[in-house]
Each structure stands twice: as structure tokens, then as C-alpha cells.
Design a protein around this ligand. Sequence first.
Ligand code: GDP
Length: 347
Amino acid sequence: MADDNKTPTDTISKIKALRKQELSAEALAQGIFDGNKAMLAKAITLLESTKPAHFNKANAVIEKCLAKPNNSIRLGITGVPGVGKSSFIETLGKSLTEQGNKVAVLAVDPTSSLSKGSILGDKTRMETLAKDPNAFIRPSPSGNSLGGVAQKTRESIILCEAAGYNVILVETVGVGQSEIAVHSMVDFFLLLKLSGAGDELQGIKRGIMEMADAIAINKADGSNLEHAKLAMTEFSRALHLYPPKANGWTPKVMKCSAMEKTGIQEIWEMVQQFVKHNKENGFFEKSRQLQNKNWFLQTVDEYIKQFFHQKETFKKEQTKFLVEIEENKISPFYAAKLLLDKITKEL
Ligand code: GDP
């Protein structure tokens, strides 16, 4: 059939096919370096893919991106749903792009596969920032495990930095262990809180105060302003009970209103002060290196587990030992040792 006889539908499918076109790792990396958002999004989709064929290509792209120097700040933001995370990110993000920064917003939401993207999945969130040419917003990857979701987000950070985004905001809802995961991929960890009726410390997850480099009381506006000031005093007092941080930083307590856009610039200046402080004492690089080493060790553990669990003998022997344990014929610890001995002999 001659080309002239082709219907518009043919042309559309041709364009679609082109969009779906397989690009080489080099082409993807080049697109990222050129700051092409579509290419960046495509590369992130590739690394989020569970297809084994995509694994090597995604890693080739990551490797190229890792080699590109960057001067980014990675900021983690957590807080309960409704505290104002997306409003805060929108206000901060806009202010940052106006100051000449390029802002990427990523998320870690282990529940997103169940709820089909409870954070950042909703198109109405961060509407203004989403339209900003100097901002890139990506919803949380979906996945069965927090580890998997976190790994993808971490790798996405590297790609965003290679694309020239110098401020990376990583949001989490704080479900399960997700704060720990985000804390381990950022330079600065910000906890957003609301002021209540003098019971601010109630219901706060153990450990979260220790992780925070700062606490910001959001919605410090209107009749809430006075409550916010009281909450600041209470949080400052509570923070003093924790041992000092190894980097010598004293966590700050601030207030802001994402809605009225107040206190946001002050928070950003404090983050910059923290970065300066940590760069001067060497903790900035050290902390990133430590994070990388921990990610490596965790991933190795994960791979070892997967390697054994995939083995037929492992599954068979495990089932057998489970029966013996149920019948009280063997101690669980000895059974575990015997199982491993058996498998390692097979290697
Ligand atoms: P998220 O669930 O933590 O992302 O919270 P959202 O950003 O979606 O905000 C939840 C609600 O709080 C929305 O109705 C916002 O308009 C409101 N909100 C957010 N920030 C502020 C603020 O600074 N002041 C006031 N008064 N309301 C706010």
C-alpha cells in the first residue's frame, strides 16, 4: 500500500511506536544530560521496570549518570497525611525555582501499589510546580516491598542530579519504616508537624525525633499562630532530651505556613546553613559515603536471600524442616544450620 493511502490512525500509531522506541543507554544518558524531561522520565520508568532485560540497560544509564559531578542538596520531608507536605513542597519548590534552582520531587510510598499512588499520584497536587519548566515531579514507584520502592527512588535521585536538578525533595508519608528509608537517602531530614492542644508529643513515632534535622510546625497562620508558637517551645524542649548529633548540628524547630508562604525561606536558609556546616566538618561527604556503603550491604543481603530462596532444594528442605519443627523433632536453630549446610554443599 502506498504511503498516501495511510489513514491518520496509521500516522498516530507510527508516532506512538516512535515514542515506545527502544533507546540505547547512551542515548538515554545523553538525553538526561541535556536536561530532557521526557528522557529522564523514560529512564526512570526503565529502572522501575521489573523485566530482567531492562535491568542491565538501567544500570548502564545509572553508571553514566553517577560519573557526572553534581552539587545537589537532598532534602527528605515527612509528616502525617494532611500536615501539608504537598502544599509545603509546592511553595518551597516554586520559591526555589524562582531563585534559579532546578527542583526534582520524588516520593517513597510503600502503600502506593495498593492505593494506586496515594502520594503524588493525584494530578491535582502541586499543580503550579508541575507546570514549572524547572521542576520535575515523579510519583512514588510501586512495589511489593519498601526496600524495592526505596531502591528505585534512590536510583532516580542519581538520574535527576545528572539532569541538572540541584535540589531533590523526597517526600514520604511515614508508613511503616519509610522514614528510615528516606532518611538514609537524603542530606537533610525535615519533619512537618501540626500544632495541637498542648499534646504535640503524643503519637509521635519513636525514633523520628532523633532522625529529624529540623521540625517545622506548618499551618502557623490565622488563629493557629499562637498554638504554633507554643508547639515550638514544646518541641525544642523535647529535642534537648536527645543526645547531640555526631555532626555537631543542633536540630532546629521552626514554624511556617505553606498556604501564606511564610517561614519557608527561613527553613531553606536553615537547610543551607546545615549543608555549609556539614561540608565544613566533612560530614556531608562522609554521610553520603556511609549511605552508599549501607545501601550496598543491604542490597547484597537482599540478593543472597533471593539467590537461596529461588533454589528448589531450599524450598523442599525448608518445607521438610518446618514439619519437623512443628512435630518438635528438631530445634529451629539447628534446623536452620542444617538447611544452610545442605544448600552450601550444593553450590
Ligand atoms: P499532605 O497530605 O501532607 O500532602 O497535605 P496537603 O498539602 O494536601 O494539605 C492538607 C490540607 O491542609 C489542605 O487542605 C491544604 O490546603 C491545607 N494546608 C496545607 N498547608 C497549610 C497551611 O500552611 N495553612 C493552612 N491553614 N492550611 C494548609
